[in-house]
Every structure is written in C-alpha cells, then in structure tokens.
Ligand binder design. Structure first.
Ligand code: NAD
Length: 466
C-alpha cells in the first residue's frame, strides 16, 4: 500500500494501521503473561526456522559471514527473546513499597503495565537485531508494535516483513517497510513510545516529532568511541581484541572502537601485532576472505575512502568501489583535527592518535561528546579507576571491546549525544512499561487531622506523624 502511494507521489498514511493496533491492544490480550510468553517463543522459533534465509539476506545486504550473522543477529535475537520469556513473570510482578505512618492502615506497590502501541525504527548495520531485540522487549512488556526496519538493508527488511506476520500475532505486530517518507509519516502519529536506533541527526528529527505528541523516546545513537591503550597492557591480546571489535561487520558497528589513543612507543609495538591479528582473521588479502564484510552502499564507501587521506596507512588502505570493499586499515600520524576525527567513522578505518599519557588521553576524550562505548587496555588498577571515574560513556569495557553486549543484565544505551534510555533485558521491559504507582487505603480509621478546619492541635499531631 505504501509503496504504491509513494511511487505516485502520495505521502503514506498509517493512521488506520495505528488504529487497528490500538483496537487490538484494547482487547487486553497483550496483558496476558501467557500471550507475551507465546509471542517470545514464536520469535525464538522464527530465528531457528528462518536462520538460512536471514543469513542469506545479511550476506546480500552487508556481505556478513553466516557465523557473524548468526552470532550477532540471529542468536542475539533468539537469546534476548528467551531471556525475556524466562524472566517476564518476575519483572511483571507488583513490587511492594513501604507505606509511611500517615498512610496507615494501607498498602502501596508499583505495578508495571504495558504502554500501548510502540514504534521501533532500526538502522541498517545490524538490521535484524536492531528491530527484533527491541520488539522482544516491547512484547515482554505487553505492547503492540509497529516495526520499521532500515531501507538500506532491503533484503533483511523483506525477510522481516514476510516472516513476522507468519510467526507473531498479526493484529498486534505490524512491519512497515520503506525509508524516509514512511518513517516520517509514522513519526507524525501518537505512539505510546518510540525506540529509534540510528544517527544523532535523525535522532533529533525523531525527538522533535515525538514532542508534538508528548511521546517518550528511547534513542540509541552512536559517536566516536575511544580506545586507550596504555604501555603496560598485554599488547598481543589487546591487538586481537581491538582488531576484532573494529573489523567485525567491516567496522559498521555502533560500539566499534572508533580510534586509538596511545603513546609513540606503544604505537610502534602495537602496529605489527594489529597487522598479525588482521592477517590471522582475514588472510593477507582480505578482499578474498569470506569472513570480511562490505560497506553498505556507495555513498558510505565514498565517505570512508575520503578519510584515508587523514593519515598514513600503516596497515591496509586499499579500496575497491566496485565491490564496496575497504581494507582493514590503521592510520598513523593522524592529527586530532583531521577529517577522520570529526565524525563517527563507522567503517574499517582505525586512526591512531597520539596521547603521551593517560591524562592526555582523558583530556582529549573529555573535550568531545560523551561516547556510546569507551575502552581501556591496562593492567594498572589505578589507571582503570581513573578512566572509569573520568570518562562518561554509555558503556565501558576494560581490556576488551564490545563484550559487554553478552551480559544480559547490563543496560545497553548511550548518554548525552550517544543516546538516551536502554532496552536490553529488564531495562527493556521497564522502557516499554509504565511503572504505575498504587496505594490502597483501609476504610477505617479515617483520621480527622488532615481535614479542615486546620487547628494548632491538628498541626502538632501532624508534625509528630512525620
Ligand atoms: P539508517 O540510515 O538506517 O537510519 C536509521 C533509521 O532512520 C532508518 O530506519 C531510516 O529509515 C530512518 N530515517 C532516516 N532518515 C530519516 C528521517 N529524515 N526521518 C525519519 N526517519 C529517518 O541508519 P544510520 O542513521 O546511518 O545509522 C547509523 C548510526 O546509528 C551510527 O551513528 C551508529 O552508531 C548508530 N547506531 C547506534 C546503535 C545503538 O544501539 N546505539 C546501533 C546501531 C547503529
């Protein structure tokens, strides 16, 4: 319907779609914990049954190796759905809180309730995970949802649109395919919550649109995630873990280490180890490795190729626009104000910026926006503590990259310019729930002291009760 509308120049209109979801929500079936568990089970089943076609779609969109597609997308969504299913009864329970003397006899509790109909808009770099893990959280909390996968990963978007209605309750979950016109039309509607993953520039558009309807938002954005390597680190392990974090999905990962900060001597010792780690993962010609991904489109390829002049390619540096290939690249002699340091790189280019000391590195990190992730490699507990204390970022990993994503109980989300809110595990359940505050009073006694007329005696008694 929307494709036809946009192809003849009409703005898409999703009012009826939202109305149908509101009607489904008003049947109250999503409040049932059994319904929620069934939906999460179905989502897990979809990940198992459709594994092959999802892998093929991710191969088409991003050249993702099946192993990477499985680990970072398919198994991730299945794991998230299973975790939510396992814990949702506990999360959905009322939580009693203390009732003060003034409210006695009485009881008070917090009772989670679903928000209603939510909108989930995803980015292209993990096109399955970024919408379906959010959907798992929304379903666990008992919501209906519209999911809008990224148009820049069309093969994956098509699989999601085709398979979701087969597995999930089609009255309560809808998929809208499309790009900016569709996203813009959806954003005009009064959803009960919006989860958006993507760039900060569009995050601002989403937030401004949501403000018109007073719709709360969770924004999962990006930024330049720094990685500090101190001289005392185990450089061999650090090199492997940094290369893995940077070159997985050809660097198109929101939490990839964006750039390294280290001193001259450590840089000289680290470079051959990074080179070795890259060869171990992708061979001497990564262009022929099926483990190495491709850049999502020509525009991003050209943008990334433009960064190669920001320093000297100590490792890699070759590109092939025809196949959207960019070699795993490490740039040295990078000035802090060079183009590659002005925006999130979001590709397989790792600049090394000189920082003569931890203080120097901290000063530089703190002069920029708060990043989504921050990494430090060191054996020094004091240095680690100072880094934790002084760097504000969504997430931190000490002596590794990206691995916090495997810890289900950690919230995942940004701070400042890297985003707001979180939707992993129980945090997702809370994001998509209203924590309703409830107090129940006994009928008797009904103390007169709060009622007018106010007297000095009542005032004295009231003070004693506080
Ligand atoms: P994108 O181009 O796929 O856009 C994201 C979504 O926004 C898409 O569904 C798109 O249709 C929609 N969109 C684009 N322009 C719009 C507009 N003008 N109005 C309304 N909707 C619009 O992805 P992107 O923005 O290139 O994403 C890359 C960014 O996302 C990077 O900064 C990355 O760090 C960040 N990211 C963050 C996370 C996270 O979890 N924090 C995860 C992945 C990516």
């Amino acid at each position: 319907m929307t494709e036809a509308a946009t192809s003849i120049g009409l703005a898409p209109d999703f009012k009826d779609l939202l109305e149908s979801l509101k009607t489904a929500f008003d049947t109250d079936r999503t409040r049932s914990l059994d319904w929620r568990a069934d939906q999460l089970c179905a989502l897990e089943r979809m990940m198992v049954d459709c594994e092959q076609e999802i892998m093929e779609a991710l191969q088409t969109d991003l050249g993702k190796h099946p192993l990477e597609a499985w680990a970072t997308e398919i198994a991730y969504v299945a794991g998230d759905a299973a975790y939510c299913r396992k814990h949702l009864r506990k999360w959905a329970k009322k939580r009693k809180v203390r009732t003060p003397m003034l409210g006695q006899p009485g009881k008070s509790w917090v009772q989670p309730e679903p928000l209603g109909v939510v909108l989930i808009i995803g980015a292209w770099n993990y096109p399955l995970q970024l919408v379906l893990a959010g959907l798992a959280a929304a379903l666990a909390a008992g919501n209906c949802a519209i999911v809008k996968p990224s148009e820049l990963a069309p093969a994956t978007s098509e699989v999601i649109a085709r398979r979701v209605p087969e597995y999930l309750d089609g009255d309560c979950v809808k998929v809208v395919q499309g790009g900016v016109p569709e996203a813009s039309a959806l954003l005009e509607l009064p959803f009960d919550h919006i989860l958006y993953t993507g760039s900060g520039a569009v995050g601002r558009i989403v937030m401004a649109a949501a403000a018109k309807n007073l719709t709360p938002v969770t924004l999962e954005l990006g930024g330049k995630s720094p990685c500090v390597v101190l001289p005392d680190a185990n450089l061999e392990t650090a090199a492997r873990r940094i290369a893995w974090g940077k070159f997985t999905n050809a660097g198109q990962t929101c939490i990839a280490p964006d750039y390294l900060l280290t001193d001259a001597d450590t840089e000289a010792r680290l470079l051959p180890l990074l080179q070795q780690a890259i060869v171990d993962m992708f061979g001497t010609d990564p262009q022929t490795s099926d483990s190495y991904g491709r850049i999502v489109n020509d525009r991003h390829h050209a943008r990334l190729a433009g960064f190669l002049d920001s320093g000297e390619a100590a490792i890699g540096g070759r590109t092939n626009p025809a196949t959207r290939f960019i070699e795993p690249t490490v740039l040295t002699s990078v000035e802090k104000d060079s183009p590659v340091m002005q925006e999130e790189i979001f590709g397989p280019i790792l600049p090394i910026v000189r920082a003569d000391s931890l203080d120097d590195a901290l000063r530089f990190i703190r002069s920029g926006d708060k990043p989504l992730a921050a990494y430090v490699f060191t054996k020094d507990r004091d240095a680690e503590a100072r880094f934790l204390d002084q760097v504000s970022s969504g997430n931190v990993c000490i002596n590794d990259t990206m691995m916090f994503m495997t810890v289900e109980e950690l919230p995942f989300g940004g701070v400042g310019q890297s985003g707001m809110g979180a939707y992993s595990g129980e945090h997702g359940f809370r994001t998509f729930s209203h924590m309703k505050a409830v107090m129940k009073r006994a009928w008797w006694p009904d103390l007169a002291l709060r009622y007018a007329p106010y007297t000095p005696k009542k005032f004295r008694q009231l003070r004693k009760l506080r």
